[in-house]
Design a protein around this ligand. Sequence first.
Ligand SMILES: Nc1ncnc2c1ncn2[C@@H]1O[C@H](COP(=O)(O)OP(=O)(O)O[C@H]2O[C@H](CO)[C@@H](O)[C@H](O)[C@H]2O)[C@@H](O)[C@H]1O
Length: 473
Amino acid sequence: MRVLFASSEIYPFAKTGGLADVSYSLPKALSEIGVSVKTVMPLYGCVDTEKFGIRSTGRKVRVSLSAGDFEFEVYHLSDGVEHYFLKNFLFGREYLYGTPEGDYPDNDVRFGAFCHAVVKLIEDGFFRGEIVHVNDWQTSLIPVLIKRKGLRIRTLQTIHNLAYQGVFPKETVERLNLGWELFNMEALEFWGKVNFLKGGIVFSDAVSTVSPTYAREITTPEFGFGLDGVLRKYSYKLFGILNGIDYDVWNPETDRYIYINYTESSIGNKEENKRYFVKETGLREGDWPLFVFIGRLAKQKGIDLFMEKLNEIRELPANFAILGTGDSYYNEFFNSIKGKYENIFVEVAFDEPLSRKMYASADFLLMPSLYEPCGLNQMIAMRYGTLVVARKTGGLADTVRDISEPGGYGFLFEEFNSDEFLSSVKRAVEFYRSNRERLLRLKQFVMGIDFSWNSSALKYFRLYENLIEGRIR
Ligand SMILES: Nc1ncnc2c1ncn2[C@@H]1O[C@H](COP(=O)(O)OP(=O)(O)O[C@H]2O[C@H](CO)[C@@H](O)[C@H](O)[C@H]2O)[C@@H](O)[C@H]1O
């Protein structure tokens, strides 16, 4: 089986969040079970071609649109998976999607032209295969163009985050030569604008999202971001497959960025990591639980609940470390409290080595998300023996079980409000203070839960098979 996997970010080449992790680890897991996978992404200016050994194939592909003529040069790298990169000046900028002030205004042309180029390469026989798997709105026009051109290849659209849909003014139809016949409610139109992700949902042969709970949630108005009706209409081809994490990338036994490596049986070293971390960051020394938050600073991640309870949090017998970057409103807030409280460490940045130290050092990970399609942080944290304090939503509900339940190993709260959030933090603090033995056992237990891709890669494989054999319609 041959699959072309298109994504706007792939770890370690370019990453702003969980999409990059999945776009690296899922193709790898699929190739380990015998699928021949090629990935394709834009070659951004920030990708270090020298470091990774990414080389030009010499192949060029040209797309002529009303917005302009764009020539893409195809680059390549093989690391078990065949990675392809399309180079054009549109992507030679500092950021992937926009500056902290906002999105680049020509993202429709940037990603639209990219989609056209990928489809042209399929038409030309450069990419051959049975399945094209696209991810989020940036690659959603690929299934639209494939259907319009009548190409005989099956398509899967995965939704990693329904909040981001790629919505542009109706002139985009013209700019990208999409054809006005697609500008109607049953196709690309969304309240008088063009919606890329809607196109992906309508024109793909199947749609998946990254956890079973989120697959149900997005068919409701509360989580549907205006597309719940469309998703209900196409629910016969909508599937929820839980993400996994790459156990080679995330492994406390071999992680070279953490202070001291450890396994379930040498879990004592995790304490040592915390000691070093607390020293390095200037947090309060002593026997305090350490809570960490790592993530994009966006409303989705529920960081407002932390901000609302800042006065209470600074009085708790616990240390906190926040690592994140995102919307300028949050960046400014967290920069303004940096170094202000002795039990709160803040770093407004994207810093993978620091995130690894935090996963290894923490007792608890905070994930108070407003919504969460799947969430990788909680799985990474547990792999590093860190218990999770989270809101019971989306993939968090599928991966964390509350301590009050039989076999529970985390701290969940239901309603999105700061009182519930704070009381779950307090529950965790209390647990730390009064259940040391059990806490240690739970840390070992969560390290042993299987969050690898093993079972989920097989689910994708079966979904591809069903598509090829025409069983989804
Ligand atoms: N400041 C920072 N410094 C270093 N590392 C940082 C960082 N901020 C985030 N990260 C890293 O980025 C990744 C975040 O992944 P998530 O899946 O939790 O979130 P995201 O919302 O981006 O992904 C979306 O897509 C994924 C993939 O499907 C879904 O799991 C998720 O629910 C959905 O919102 C983790 O690897 C984390 O360690």
